[in-house]
Design a protein around this ligand. Structure first.
Ligand SMILES: NC(=O)CC[C@H](N)C(=O)O
Length: 361
């Protein structure tokens, strides 16, 4: 069936429908990863967004029940150049198109995703619509597309009840994890280091967390504009003031910065992919990291009395990590739990463990 992608700047791309045939309006972002499409689709940070894969061949190893990063795919729409009709891999349990259909994710293939990427890169992330309708009125579509906003997404993706994950080796520590849209591997990275992980819904109060006498708190990644989370930012401020060791990733990193007086801004097209070079300024080393974010902490808004920049993006110098002066808080913008090849940045979990055991980061 024919499908059409319309971008907010009026560009129109015709292709074939994949996944659901329902109309879908969302914010279109591009991801430069060559593989990892199942992890990308199930990353809750994509709620409200349509994912344009710049790499042209997607779906060639199918899908399986082990690679999900959460309970379901959260990306609203999926845009690819060529979707493999049949997945081929010893771990393959199904085809990507069936998976998209099963979960009601609207998609399109047969469009030039590199051309779309160049539009989003030069003009910035913009909204778009995928429709299978033949006779749409472009003026009406553009009005709907322009009116769309990513809102209330943390509330949609967070767990509704507390969930406890046992340690995978002998237990050393107990960690409270705030779920703003957590990726499963973040939990596993703590479990495999001897932590019992208690995952809390996003709107749990600091008081409730502190009453549990955990060794440390982890703030997860998550979707949307960080500054929309006013009530959550207040609770994070209270956790910060309590002096408990806190490690935060992506949205968690942005929320901690907002809670301590810094500001965030929307980037033109963000960082989404598995090849983003980040320099750890303390170690003097560059790591290739996996990323998915559209907002960033403004470097000039970070007070030197509160935190120092610990990691920077090698491509354009943006803030990728903050080491807080109180000695208890460390936060990073990229995903240390993801392995875009090697597992090099998992050392940050080891630092968190060290801090919870009473050592320095
Ligand atoms: N992966 C994340 O946590 C993303 C954080 C935030 N939603 C952003 O886009 O910047």
């Amino acid at each position: 069936m024919k499908a059409t992608l319309i971008l907010a700047n009026g560009s129109i791309f015709e292709g074939q429908s994949i996944g659901s045939t329902e109309d879908c309006v969302c914010e279109m972002v591009f991801n430069t990863s060559m593989v990892g499409y199942q992890e990308i689709l199930t990353d809750p940070s994509y709620a409200g967004q349509g994912i344009v894969m710049s790499y042209p061949l997607i779906g060639n190893y199918g899908v399986n029940s082990e690679d999900n990063e959460s309970s379901r795919p959260w990306g609203e729409a999926f845009v690819v150049r060529h979707l493999s009709r049949r997945g081929s891999n010893f771990r393959c349990e199904g085809d990507l198109d069936d998976y998209l259909k099963e979960h009601g994710i609207t998609g399109i293939q047969g469009v030039d995703t590199r051309a779309i990427t160049r539009i989003l890169r030069s003009q910035g992330t913009m909204n778009g619509m995928i429709t299978c309708a033949e006779d749409f009125c472009i003026q009406d579509v553009l009005k709907t597309v322009e009116a769309y906003r990513v809102k209330g997404t943390v509330e949609r993706v967070t767990r509704k009840a507390v969930q406890v994950y046992p340690p995978l080796i002998r237990q050393k520590l107990r960690v409270a994890l705030m779920d703003f849209g957590v990726k499963e591997n973040m939990i596993r990275c703590l479990q495999s280091r001897g932590c019992e992980v208690t995952v809390f819904p996003a709107h749990t109060t600091a008081q409730e967390i502190l009453a549990g006498r955990y060794d440390g708190v982890m703030l997860s990644n998550g979707p949307g504009d960080p500054s929309d989370n006013v009530a959550i930012i207040q609770e994070i401020r209270d956790l910060y003031d309590a002096g408990i060791p806190i490690f935060a990733v992506c949205l968690g990193h942005q929320l901690m910065a907002l809670a301590t007086g810094a500001s965030t801004r929307k980037m033109r097209f963000g960082h989404r992919g598995a090849n983003h070079p980040v320099k750890d300024l303390d170690a003097g080393r560059v790591f290739i990291t996996s990323q998915n974010h559209g907002y960033v902490v403004c470097a000039e808004s970070v007070s030197p009395e509160v935190a120092a920049v610990s990691h920077v993006n090698v491509n354009e110098g943006s803030v990728e990590g903050l080491r807080y002066k109180n000695g208890n808080v460390y936060t990073v913008q990229f995903h240390p739990e993801a392995s875009p090849g090697p597992k090099d940045t998992e050392y940050l979990f080891d630092r968190f463990i060290r801090r919870m055991e009473g050592g320095a980061w």
